[in-house]
Design a protein around this ligand. Structure first.
Ligand SMILES: Cc1cc2nc3c(=O)[nH]c(=O)nc-3n(C[C@H](O)[C@H](O)[C@H](O)COP(=O)(O)OP(=O)(O)OC[C@H]3O[C@@H](n4cnc5c(N)ncnc54)[C@H](O)[C@@H]3O)c2cc1C
Length: 413
């Protein structure tokens, strides 16, 4: 059986691992335009920060799963002849195909002057190395976008010694991921690290002299010097190559519970997929590492002949460190629904919030609160487990003390 995987990110790698573990003889071909050793994409900012950072995945998965990698991009798909069209003009035949092409950042045309030299996106190792090189020549950096990628870039640049301004269009950073208080907590951390956080900026202009970047003019007339700009604003799933293939798509590729598309033998996984958020029951593109990994695993199992089901992901499922402060955000952290019950414990250097609907946890937010394995909470929310007596422990943060609560072997009986 020949499996062709488009994309060498975590979704593709995870699928290859699942295929290999159930079929020792399968042929696995991976199309990967990024011809580097597979790496941990959420850590890209450490390449900006340190010259010697190594973010490659241990145990090169290409060797471990015996993957044949082609340094090629898919530019089209012929589902009748079961062939992928490649950037070199060649065609690659498949028995089973996985589309795991991820996302691409968009540098918007709507911001005057933005398109031009010294403006960088951050998605690939190549991007991170280019930013690192630019940072060595620069004193002032401006990061556009107060999402997780923008914040990580801002922290890395400030640690490199640059004066950094972070510009966000909404009234707070990480909106949609954290609640008001969580956002204020992180903004405070950034400010203490000398990052200037400027919110509520819908319209601004990039100023250049000839081709040289000079500054950014904000709406009230404030000018911010900029030698380098990181645009961490929008990104879109890489679906263009498949638009005429007959595969159903909306914002991302649409899949069934087996992660097969509407076209037989063609599967999709990771950031390119639009699927169900378990908490809101709406269709979204997740754009998160753990979700991509899990989708890849399920798709790979099914490509190898299983009938595994994937019922959805947590669209909010962050676990990361910002300035060495651990942050976990899961599910619904800012509920508008008055039927939700909210418990919050907020102190100067600590924030803990849990959200319930009846007896079921629907959201959790932990900032600088490392007492428990947050995998347990992700499990509770994802599987809508009625908590009974354990609810009080979940609120207090003592769930880990319960002998039945062990991630992986979870039971609340
Ligand atoms: C700076 C940054 C910080 C992040 N931080 C976090 C975090 O803290 N927590 C978290 O959960 N997530 C984070 N993420 C998101 C996370 O990295 C992604 O969700 C995850 O990498 C998605 O995996 P994927 O395999 O679906 O796609 P990708 O990792 O994007 O891999 C897709 C691969 O497909 C290739 N490709 C593209 N087009 C084609 C084509 N036409 N043919 C063949 N190959 C193609 C690409 O080159 C790429 O190698 C971060 C992302 C970035 C950029």
């Amino acid at each position: 059986m020949r499996h062709v995987i488009m994309g060498g990110g975590i979704a593709g790698i995870s699928a290859a691992g699942a295929i290999r573990s159930s079929d020792a003889a399968a042929e696995i071909i991976m199309l990967s335009p990024e011809s580097v050793k597979p790496y941990y994409r959420p850590m890209l900012a450490s390449i900006i920060e340190k010259d010697d950072a190594d973010i490659t995945l241990s145990d090169d998965p290409r060797e471990k799963y015996r993957i044949r990698t082609l340094p090629e991009k898919a530019v089209g798909l012929d589902v009748r002849s079961k062939e992928a069209m490649l950037s070199s003009g060649r065609r690659q035949a498949y028995d089973k195909l996985l589309i795991a092409t991820g996302r691409t950042p968009v540098i918007p045309e709507t911001i005057a002057g933005l398109r031009g030299p010294d403006v960088y996106a951050l998605r690939t190792l190549e991007d991170a190395r280019a930013i690192q090189a630019a940072a060595k020549r620069a004193k002032n950096a401006v990061v556009l976008g107060g999402g997780i990628a923008g914040i990580k870039a801002a922290v890395a640049l400030t640690r490199r010694g640059l004066a950094v301004t972070l510009i966000e269009k909404h009234s707070r950073i990480l909106s949609g991921k954290l609640d008001q208080q969580g956002s204020a907590f992180i903004a405070g951390l950034l400010k203490r690290a000398n990052i200037d956080v400027v919110t509520n900026q819908q319209e601004y202009e990039v100023l250049r002299t000839a081709a040289t970047l000079q500054s950014i003019r904000l709406a009230p007339g404030r000018i911010i010097n900029a030698d380098v700009i990181i645009a961490a604003l929008e990104s879109k799933p890489n679906i263009d190559a498949f638009k005429t293939s007959g595969i159903s798509m909306h914002k991302g590729i649409l899949v069934r519970e087996t992660l097969e598309t509407n076209v037989p033998d063609v599967y999709a996984a990771g950031d390119v997929v639009e699927y169900r958020d378990i908490v809101s029951n709406s269709m979204v593109v997740s754009a998160l590492w753990e979700n991509a990994k899990e989708m890849g695993r399920v798709a790979g199992m099914n490509m190898a002949g299983s009938q595994a089901r994937y019922d959805g992901f947590l669209a909010n499922r962050y676990s990361t460190d910002i300035l060495d402060v651990p942050i976990t955000a899961l599910g619904l952290v800012d509920p508008e629904d008055s039927n939700c019950e909210v418990f919050a414990d907020s102190r100067a250097n600590f924030y803990r919030k849990t959200v319930f609907k009846n007896d079921v946890m629907v959201g959790a937010l932990f900032i600088n609160n490392t007492t428990e394995d947050t995998g347990v909470y992700a499990y509770l929310i994802r599987n809508r487990i009625p908590l009974g007596k354990l609810k009080a422990m979940a609120v207090r943060g003592t769930l880990g003390e319960n002998k039945y609560v062990k991630p992986g072997t979870f039971s609340v009986s």
